[in-house]
Ligand binder design. Structure first.
Ligand SMILES: Cc1ncc(COP(=O)(O)O)c(C=O)c1O
Length: 401
């Protein structure tokens, strides 16, 4: 059977979502879900970040945006699009959050904002980032692109910085095909975000919107457990994986960032699907927790876990293998199984060829190391316990070898 699993858990649609049964707007539902006063929908997570940075530019004359050296290259492209300077901070050894001593030493009077990033829906230390940002008068923009629905204590990830950005792209959990949104608490920042959005956003393109609506429907029909054409799901998953692989490339630049309005239709489809998100998140967590515990028993393998009081959204499980060669064998051997084992980012930020900014290689050794050793396993409902055991057996052989 030509069965290929998607690299992330995703979130299912239902027929009723497409019939626009939701009486409440996506913005209002997201604001209530996240317990924030303001949500602004944009055409992608990258567009949301670009709008956020443009808003901060109106509030401060500072120029530098500090990002972790292990993050999505689209983040760097948003900084470039906003005409700001990129500061690349190394991550901690064997981790994906900032190396905080490095962050402290590179933050200064020109730092406009720092972007802590919740990789795999697991929390970065926003409190610690905040303390550094506050000491130098900079903003904190939380990158929660992969973390819609995660929480720490009684707060959702993405809601404790000055601004939070989220992605609604395929594979990120709740999706509207392509999209994202920005949240903020302070009245001044909310007003500035609204003004920047109104100034920079183009009206929705009919052609693009039609294509995205067709894609949403195709997603539902061919990839969803509730879709009417489940039998064809293998074919669709292959298409989806090809798209994801392309976005991981270190060589090929993604298309130009567009700042365009999202049609009401797509927003309402998302609003319908959002009603089922809490149940889907609970199911993701109950699949992921025993599996990460099992992976953590593999000798030398480090697995990203929830902190105390944290509830992750668990799009995938994130492992750091005990060496680059073992990571390469895992990716090679497991890619042939088509069980949704892949890499999150192809390389560390300074290694994307098309991001032409100078970062001396010696400045981000931990990010290079984690990029070379990271392996992700899908947390899709389609990955059965049997599939997962097969992955564990292959990994166990590799780490023992
Ligand atoms: C950490 C992170 N930030 C930002 C983005 C950009 O989001 P989008 O793909 O919706 O533009 C992504 C997307 O993969 C991401 O993983």
């Amino acid at each position: 059977m030509n069965r290929e699993l998607p690299p992330t858990a995703g979130h299912s649609f239902a027929w009723s979502d497409f019939l626009l049964s939701s009486p409440v707007s996506l913005e209002a539902k997201l604001a209530s879900f996240l317990q924030v006063p303001y949500v602004q929908i944009e055409s992608s997570g990258t567009a949301a970040l670009t709008i956020a940075l443009e808003a901060l530019k109106r509030l401060s004359s500072r120029q530098t945006v500090i990002v972790p050296a292990y993050t999505c290259p689209l983040v760097a492209l948003a900084v470039k699009k906003a005409g700001l300077r990129l500061g690349v901070c190394d991550v901690s050894k064997d981790g994906v959050d900032f190396d905080f001593s490095r962050l402290e030493s590179m933050s200064g009077i020109d730092t406009l904002c720092i972007i802590p990033t919740h990789i795999g829906g697991l929390s970065a230390d926003v409190q610690r980032t905040r303390a550094i940002a506050e000491s130098i008068g900079a903003f904190v923009v939380e990158d929660a692109a992969q973390a819609l629905g995660s929480s720490l204590g009684n707060k959702r990830l993405g809601t404790t910085g000055d601004i939070g950005i989220f992605s609604l792209a395929r594979g990120k959990g709740l999706t509207i095909g392509e999209g994202g949104f920005v949240v903020a608490g302070s009245e001044e920042i909310c007003q500035t975000l609204r003004a920047v959005g109104d100034d920079l956003r183009k009206p929705p393109s009919v052609l693009r919107e039609t294509a995205l609506c067709v894609q949403l429907l195709k997603n539902y029909l061919f990839c969803d457990p509730g879709g009417i054409a489940r039998i064809a799901n293998e074919m669709h998953c292959v298409i989806e994986l090809e798209c994801d692989r392309e976005s991981l490339s270190a060589e090929t630049a993604p298309p130009e960032i567009t700042l365009a309005a999202v049609s009401n239709y797509r927003k309402l489809v998302g609003a319908g699907a959002l009603d089922r998100l809490p149940d889907a998140l609970a199911a993701n967590a109950s699949r992921a927790r025993p599996r990460v515990a099992r992976l953590a028993e593999l000798p030398g393998v480090r697995v990203l876990m929830e902190r105390d009081g944290e509830h992750g959204s668990w799009p995938f499980l994130f492992l750091i293998m005990p060496g680059e060669e073992k990571a390469m064998s895992a990716l090679e051997q497991l890619s042939t199984t088509k069980l949704g084992v892949t890499q999150l980012f192809a390389v560390a930020l300074p290694d994307y060829r098309y991001l032409d900014y100078p970062v001396p290689a010696t400045c981000t050794p931990n990010a290079f190391d984690v990029a070379a050793r990271a392996v992700t396993i899908t947390n899709s409902h389609m990955l059965t316990d049997g599939d997962f055991s097969r992955i564990c057996e292959i990994l166990a052989e590799i780490v023992a070898g």
